[in-house]
Ligand binder design. Structure first.
Ligand SMILES: Nc1ncnc2c1ncn2[C@@H]1O[C@H](COP(=O)(O)OP(=O)(O)OP(=O)(O)O)[C@@H](O)[C@H]1O
Ligand SMILES: [Mg+2]
Length: 243
């Protein structure tokens, strides 16, 4: 579970982008962060994913305070427990799709052999097996996006963060990417946190968090709790008693 407590982010000289943001994300959630351009969506995503640090406030992943971790420990956590997919995919241009997917393994000093089967399975799952030995520049935007998602999933992270995953795709490919994310969320159980401009993309998730004037105007822990209570009540009325 991810928990952000009273996150404040101030950029110099004196721009307060995030102003006391608190939220909780449960495993299995598919969360969409929305808000106007410049509202701080990417900043919040980077802070939740341990790429950037808050000016004040705390971020916890599985109870461990990542906002207080040393850079080395944090880098390891980012490589192994978190998947990150950037708007421009950030694939290494001189590496093939397969090598790009293996990059986190190599950076972590692990044996690629042990992950070879996993990589093949992911390429198959994401429909990019035919692109295996190609360079990113020779791929379509959608294929590059899927290669970046495969790389994000190689370590079986519990959570994957995506910044505008469809920002550089046409609407059809964008829709396919959203459907793919919904499938990953449902079938692999991966928690998904995406930033998006589009309400339509946001609707693929089970939760929307809106940032406005540096604050959250939806999806607060209180709101999440009341939604949870409502869900539980419905389950009780449904007579469901299983675990
Ligand atoms: N490293 C930085 N130094 C100074 N200001 C920054 C920095 N990064 C972001 N900002 C400022 O913080 C604000 C929020 O930026 P952020 O990138 O989080 O917005 P966003 O909601 O992701 O916008 P977009 O939808 O356009 O991607 C902007 O005003 C931006 O100029
Ligand atoms: Mg952004």
């Amino acid at each position: 579970m991810i928990k952000a407590q009273n996150i404040v982010k101030v950029f110099s000289p004196n721009i307060k982008v995030l102003d006391d943001v608190s939220l909780e994300i449960e495993y299995g959630d598919f969360v969409s962060i929305i808000g106007a351009s410049g509202s701080g969506k990417s900043t919040l995503l980077s802070i939740l994913g341990g790429i950037d640090r808050p000016t004040s406030g705390k971020v916890f992943l599985d109870g461990a305070e990542i906002s207080a971790m040393e850079e080395k420990e944090l880098a390891k956590l980012r490589r192994t427990k978190i998947g990150f997919v950037f708007q421009f995919f950030n694939l290494a241009p001189y590496l093939t799709v397969y090598e790009n997917i293996m990059l986190p393994i190599i950076l972590d000093g692990k044996q690629t052999k042990a992950y070879a089967e996993k990589a093949e399975k992911l390429m198959d799952y994401l429909g990019i097996t035919a692109q295996r030995d190609k360079l990113p520049s020779t791929l379509s935007g959608g294929e590059q996006q899927r290669a970046a998602i495969a790389r994000g999933l190689i370590f079986d992270p519990k959570v994957i963060f995506l910044d505008e995953p469809t920002g550089n795709l046409d609407s059809k490919t964008g829709r396919e990417t959203m459907e793919l994310l919904a499938k990953i969320n449902a079938e692999l159980g991966t928690t998904i946190v995406q930033v998006t401009h589009s309400m339509q993309n946001a609707s693929y998730g089970n939760r929307i968090i809106e940032i406005k004037d540096g604050r959250i105007s939806g999806g607060s822990p209180e709101a999440a709790k009341s939604a949870e209570t409502e869900k539980e009540n419905n389950e009780i009325t449904d007579g469901k008693t299983e675990e």
